[in-house]
Design a protein around this ligand. Structure first.
Ligand code: NAD
Length: 354
């Protein structure tokens, strides 16, 4: 088939490497900022304070209130604090929750965000924001929320526990998988997806075996960067819709849900996505069945493989299937209610993908 595509690059500034966080003051100064507010989750307050300390007078404080899925109350308070302190930018240190809080402030006040990611979620690469109100998560795209600069320092990921490292890494691989069969896939983004999946699948077993292996941490974070860029550049399909429905309706944890669902969503789509299967097969070391391999990888990483162990009741399968087929979206294989129910049944029980 003749090639035909539209490629739109996003502005992206990345500083990568062990010790890169020491260059943060330079990044802040280069953006002309002198009063940044440091954002992090309560559990990472110490890291947030360390970063604020390194910024010295360029930081006006630390707000350690980031929460999963950015509740509107948390966003509202953070916007007030940013205004009261006269902040001219935010440095978000942490996972998708901290970066999401920075995006929520940027969306309303237009303050530039610098991201210092410490998980593999990939939000720092995307112009996608999310806000949760009354159990409903709204998302949107706005280039104002895309971080102006991203500092990846694998030393900051050394404390990420093995379980979270495994599931967060599988979450990142999911972006690559869906990017490879996306309706708006392009050659350069597919290269990033294949390389991102390769780097993560190779690094995660080493990270789980020894969380202090800085070389493995760097390789995993390099993969996470690529996978995040894929998420930003392509339209996600069945897998992300299912995880959104499971997270939004049942409040299942984000990264573990992605880990359980990914092999099944890929298994469902594989017959209709030969190019993606070929790329993933190369990325995963020449395997014949990438979906099975990802399921086996989750097992080797000691990660969850069933929705049951994440707290989902079997009775919830029809409700989630209905939510996942409620509105149409691009997917390589037609999404039917029966197909999704069968997929969810297998994922609930922890069976291997078809
Ligand atoms: P998270 O940011 O909530 O982090 C999970 C936990 O890990 C937190 O308790 C955090 O304090 C802790 N943690 C993070 N880094 C650590 C480290 N290095 N050492 C020790 N503990 C650490 O979760 P996440 O999985 O990174 O992000 C999930 C959220 O991000 C979800 O709300 C998801 O919807 C969102 N997200 C958004 C996008 C986007 O493009 N907008 C992309 C991916 C994820």
């Amino acid at each position: 088939m003749m090639r035909s595509f539209t490629y739109q690059a996003l502005p992206m500034r990345v500083r990568f490497g062990a010790g890169a966080v020491r260059a943060l003051p330079e990044e802040v100064a280069a953006l002309g900022l002198s009063r940044v507010l440091v954002l992090c989750s309560p559990e990472q307050e110490e890291t947030g304070r360390m970063v604020a300390g390194a910024l010295g007078e360029r930081s006006v404080g630390v707000l350690a209130e980031a929460r999963m899925h950015v509740p509107v109350e948390v966003a509202g308070h953070a916007r007030d604090v940013a205004r009261e302190l006269g902040a001219d930018g935010c440095v978000a240190v942490g996972g998708g929750s901290a970066v999401g809080l920075g995006k929520a402030i940027a969306l309303e006040h237009g303050l530039p965000v610098i991201a210092v990611p410490t998980t593999y979620a990939g939000s720092e690469m995307t112009p996608v924001w999310g806000l949760t109100e009354g159990g409903e998560k709204r998302t949107g795209r706005d280039v104002r929320v895309l971080p102006r600069s991203v500092v990846y320092d694998p030393e900051l990921t050394l404390t990420l526990p093995a379980g979270l490292s495994a599931t967060s890494g599988m979450n990142a691989i999911a972006h690559a998988v869906e990017g490879l069969y996306a309706p708006d896939a392009t050659p350069i983004v597919s290269l990033m997806a294949e390389e991102g999946a390769r780097a993560l699948a190779g690094a995660l077993p080493r990270v789980v075996a020894d969380g202090t292996d800085l070389d493995a941490r760097a390789e995993a974070q390099y993969g996470a960067w690529l996978c995040g860029a894929v998420l930003a550049a392509t339209t996600m399909s069945l897998h992300h819709k299912l995880c959104h429905a499971l997270g939004g309706t049942l409040d299942l944890p984000h990264a573990p849900t992605h880990t359980v669902v990914l092999p099944h969503a890929l298994g469902f789509n594989q017959p209709a996505a030969p190019t993606a299967v070929a790329a993933l097969s190369r990325a995963l070391g020449g395997v014949a069945d990438p979906a099975r391999e990802l399921w086996a990888l989750a097992g080797r990483l000691g990660a969850p493989r069933s929705l049951r162990e994440l707290g989902m009741a079997r009775d919830d399968v029809p409700r989630i299937a209905a939510a996942a087929v409620a509105s149409p979206y691009a997917n390589p294989r037609p999404v039917t209610r029966e197909g999704v129910e069968a997929l969810l049944e297998a994922a609930w029980a922890g069976e291997p993908p078809p």
